[in-house]
Design a protein around this ligand. Structure first.
Ligand code: GLN
Length: 272
C-alpha cells in the first residue's frame, strides 16, 4: 500500500533529528536503508509504503535514543572498504586509519592483528598488502563471526584465531598491530551515550586504561621475529605511559604517530 510522500517523510524526520542535535543528512541515508534502495535512487521515488515508513520511523526513534548510526544501518566505511558492524563489535573509527596507514607503510610479510573486533584493521591490511599473510585474533566468538564475514565481504583471506591475547597464538610475526580496549574503567560511565552502546569489553582497558598494553608488550616479544615491530593504537593522552611500558620491556626505537586531529594515536616500537 502506498501511503507517504517521501519528501514529507524526510522533512518530518529531519526536524526530529535537528531537535535532538543529530546530523539531518542521516535522514536520507536511513530512509534509503528502510526502503532498501540506493541513496541516489531516493530522489526518483515519490512515495514509500506503509511498511517502509514504519521501519524508517523505528530507525529515527533508535537514533534519537542514542543508538549509533552505523549499528542501525549495519555498516561502516573504513579505509574505503565497507564493513558490517553490529553490537558485538566496536564501530571502526576514522582515527584507526592512521594505524592501518602506518602498518601499510611498514609493509611486513607476516602480520597479526590482535583484538581484531570487526576485523577492520586485518581486512584492510589484507586488501592493501596483497602479498602479506594476515592473522587476526579476538577473545570474542561473536566478534570473530563478524570479522570473518567482513573478510568475505571484502574478498580477502585472513586467518582468524579465537584467543585471549596470546593464549592460542603459536606463530612469530614481523609485525603485531593492535587497537586494544584502552578506556579507564572509571571513565566508561562518562562516555557519550552512543559510545556506551558499544561493547564495553572492547573499550574497558582496566583501572588505569593500560592493562592490555602491559599484557601485549610483555608477551609480544616471544611472538615477534628478530626485526619485528609492534604498532599500538592509543588514547590521545596515553603516549607517555605506553612509551614507558615499551621501554620497560626493552623495546627499541619507540616513537609516537599523530592522527588527523593532531592527537597522539599510535605507538611504534621495535623488538630490538
Ligand atoms: N577510540 C575509541 C573511543 O574513543 C576507544 C577504542 C578502544 O578502546 N580501543 O571510543
Amino acid at each position: 500500500m502506498v501511503i507517504a510522500n517521501t519528501k514529507d517523510v524526510l522533512s518530518e524526520a529531519r526536524k526530529k533529528l535537528l531537535k535532538n542535535k543529530i546530523d539531518t543528512k542521516e535522514a536520507r541515508l536511513l530512509l534509503a536503508r528502510a526502503m532498501n534502495v540506493d541513496v541516489g535512487e531516493l530522489v526518483t521515488i515519490d512515495y514509500c509504503s506503509d511498511y517502509d515508513y514504519k521501519v524508517f520511523l523505528g530507525y529515527i526513534e533508535r537514533r534519537i535514543e542514542g543508538e549509533p548510526f552505523a549499528y542501525i544501518v549495519g555498516y561502516k566505511e573504513f579505509m574505503k572498504l565497507n564493513f558490517e558492524v553490529n553490537k558485538n563489535v566496536l564501530i571502526p573509527r576514522d582515527d584507526t586509519e592512521v594505524v592501518v596507514l602506518e602498518a601499510i607503510k611498514q609493509c611486513k610479510e607476516n602480520i597479526l592483528d590482535m583484538c581484531t573486533g570487526s576485523g577492520c584493521i586485518a581486512v584492510s591490511l589484507a586488501k592493501y598488502l596483497e602479498k602479506s599473510v594476515i592473522d587476526a585474533s579476538d577473545i570474542c566468538a561473536n566478534a570473530l563471526a563478524v570479522a570473518k564475514r567482513n573478510a568475505k565481504r571484502n574478498k580477502v583471506k585472513v586467518n582468524f584465531i579465537k584467543s585471549d591475547l596470546f593464549e592460542n597464538i603459536t606463530k612469530k610475526y614481523d609485525m603485531i598491530v593492535s587497537n586494544p580496549p584502552y578506556i579507564k574503567t572509571s571513565d566508561i560511565e562518562n562516555l557519550q551515550k552512543e559510545v556506551r552502546m558499544e561493547p564495553i569489553k572492547a573499550l574497558n582497558g582496566g583501572e588505569n586504561g593500560l592493562y592490555f598494553y602491559d599484557e601485549i608488550l610483555k608477551n609480544a616479544k616471544k611472538h615477534l621475529t628478530q626485526k619485528g615491530i609492534i604498532l599500538l593504537e592509543i588514547g590521545y593522552d596515553q603516549a607517555r605511559d605506553v612509551s614507558l611500558l615499551a621501554k620497560k620491556y626493552n623495546y627499541k626505537k619507540i616513537r609516537k604517530i599523530k592522527d588527523l586531529s593532531n592527537n597522539d594515536r599510535v605507538i611504534y616500537a621495535e623488538r630490538g
